[in-house]
Design a protein around this ligand. Structure first.
Ligand SMILES: NC(=O)c1ccc[n+]([C@@H]2O[C@H](COP(=O)([O-])OP(=O)(O)OC[C@H]3O[C@@H](n4cnc5c(N)ncnc54)[C@H](O)[C@@H]3O)[C@@H](O)[C@H]2O)c1
Length: 318
């Protein structure tokens, strides 16, 4: 099959591209390299089935042209960082909502009707029901990132209704693994390299979070696309466990054999829009026969090992 992947040079996108190519598919990757890395695509570039287009999702004519011939679109390009939203409110709107509209319009122009979208557990805001199922009420948005992704979900649903599209909406918890280039493991490791004796921790460290290993995430995506055939298919992707930031910090420090003094900024939330407790109900995807292979702790250690072996990435992203 011919796939089109926006955000192909990113953490999750490049892993997805490698898996699609490995399964014998043709892939057009589309990326503006704002956070994506050339080196993430080295393996893909060696394949005759891969074609890379450097372009921006905000450039609708270029996007439409690049998508020609594709049959299925994975839309992963985004401003993927939930923090700092209030510092640049337009960024989430443009990168996550308008860009999604552009992807849908480019699909419409090309007669492509199937899309998978990387949404987020952040759309639930501070959920009242935990673990949070896909049909839980989520009346209040707490981050511009979550709000902009929810708007993207809404557009996809409306295109499914209005133009006969089929949509797969995946609400991820935080993803871990090879090519991880942003998030708390990255931040803690980078800070500890600079000063192994002290560590600044956002919030009180008691925030409870759930994490999923990137290959487990991709396994789930493939399975859902194969088995779920509704017009709109919404799936939480996460593990059936959570941990405190302090637990994660303990595993990271244990692995690095460090015992820094922890300086907490205090409060239940690390930043505006930080959700003190994210734990998604994944019964829907499990009912299809999926279960993650790695625990949160194993995923965190694997991520840390990847960063230890790829110090270039720390320099690139700092
Ligand atoms: N990593 C996570 O924990 C996580 C959790 C929930 C949802 N998601 C979502 O998954 C997707 C991928 O996230 P990621 O962690 O791989 O992030 P990433 O930043 O590594 O990847 C995003 C990619 O999109 C590209 N991109 C950004 N804006 C673009 C634009 N305007 N035009 C073209 N390309 C553009 C970047 O260069 C990058 O390669 C995002 O949509 C993100 O919101 C990620």
């Amino acid at each position: 099959m011919h796939f089109f992947v926006t955000g192909a040079a990113g953490f999750i996108g490049s892993n997805l591209v490698d898996r699609l190519l490995g399964a014998g598919h043709f892939v057009i990757g589309y990326d503006n390299f704002s956070t994506g890395q050339e080196r993430f695509l080295e393996q893909a570039q060696a394949s005759p089935n891969f074609h890379l287009v450097r372009g921006d999702t905000l450039d609708l004519p270029a996007l439409t042209e690049a998508m020609r011939g594709a049959e299925f679109v994975f839309h992963l390009a985004a401003n993927a960082d939930v923090r700092f939203g209030t510092e640049h409110p337009r960024k989430d709107l443009e990168q996550n909502t308008i860009a999604t509209y552009n992807v849908l319009e480019a699909m419409r122009a090309n007669g492509i009707r199937r899309i998978a979208f990387s949404s987020t557990g952040s759309v639930y805001g501070e959920a009242q029901v935990i673990p949070t199922p896909e049909d839980a009420p989520f009346p209040i948005q707490t981050s511009l990132y979550g709000a902009s992704k929810l708007a993207g979900e809404g557009l996809i649903q409306a295109y499914c209704e209005g133009y006969g599209f089929q949509g797969y909406i995946f609400r991820f918890v935080s993803i871990l693994g090879e090519r991880y280039s942003h998030g708390h493991v990255f931040d803690f490791y980078q800070k500890l390299l600079q000063n192994p004796a002290e560590l600044a921790v956002l919030g009180n460290g008691r925030q409870r979070k759930s994490y999923l290993y990137v290959q487990d995430c991709i396994d789930a995506i493939f399975l859902v696309i194969e088995k779920a055939q509704a017009k709109v298919n919404v799936y939480n992707l996460g593990t059936d466990e959570y941990c405190e930031v302090n637990d994660s910090l303990g595993w990271i420090c244990g692995h690095l054999v460090l015992n820094p003094q922890r300086n907490y900024s205090g409060g239940e939330r690390g930043w505006i829009g930080d959700n003190p407790f994210i734990f998604l109900d994944t019964a829907r995807v499990r009912a299809l026969g999926w279960k993650p292979k790695l625990t949160i702790q194993q995923g965190i250690i694997k991520t840390l090992e990847y960063l230890q072996n790829n110090q270039w990435l720390l320099e690139q992203r700092s």
